[in-house]
Design a protein around this ligand. Sequence first.
Ligand code: DC
Length: 237
Amino acid sequence: MPKPSQPLIRVIAIDGPVASGKTVVGRELAARLGWRMLDTGIMYRALTWYALREGIELEDHVKLAETARAVTIEIGAPPSDGLETASILIDSEDATAHLREPQVEASVSSVAAVPGVRLQMVAQQREQAKRGALVMVGRDIGTVVVPDAALKIYLTASVDARAERRAREMHAHGRDIPLAIVHDEIVRRDGRDANRDASPLLVAAGAIELDTTDLDRDAVIQAVIDLVRKHAPELLS
Ligand code: DC
């Protein structure tokens, strides 16, 4: 938390594992504050889609880092189907409809583990944060991207609860996948995100943890608003 003498960084960082409720909460919180919202996962997803399409070997970390440096990423208004929180162009190509494709889903955590890729993404995310009034959602926002954010929240939930949410979310995206498979995929992704060397998923110093296992969507949103009121009321004024 910043000391009173420090300028307030008008950013709320929301981190947590897959399907912990970050995106839903981030979107709603931003709407209530009248702030922008950036789900940083879509940047890693867009780059993964692009790399797969270009036939880049995902083991070639030098090439992946070079690609991350060379491409331009533009984030725009959400698409009209409301399924994503933003649209995203990579080198002027619209990647939005491809972000949840099975191949992207399967490869994104390897791409996100490449240090040279993270360096580029974090630099662009910090540029966004500089403009303030931003709810930023990801895995390393409170630890790396904006450690001096006005408020840092870490959402968790049991693997079972997250698997159920994730399966529902995929259904909304037109993909019906057995719960057991979604569950195993979450365990695998958790392991990769938490055990990678570059910016592993961790609770940031000063972050407030919120376990959402037994909370429905509205209760999670309310709990987060209460946290803002309690820990950073100046953001609401
Ligand atoms: O939140 P998500 O499922 O869309 O994230 C996709 C992948 O990107 C996931 O493997 C975690 C990774 N990611 C990351 O490493 N750092 C972020 N700030 C956001 C996402």
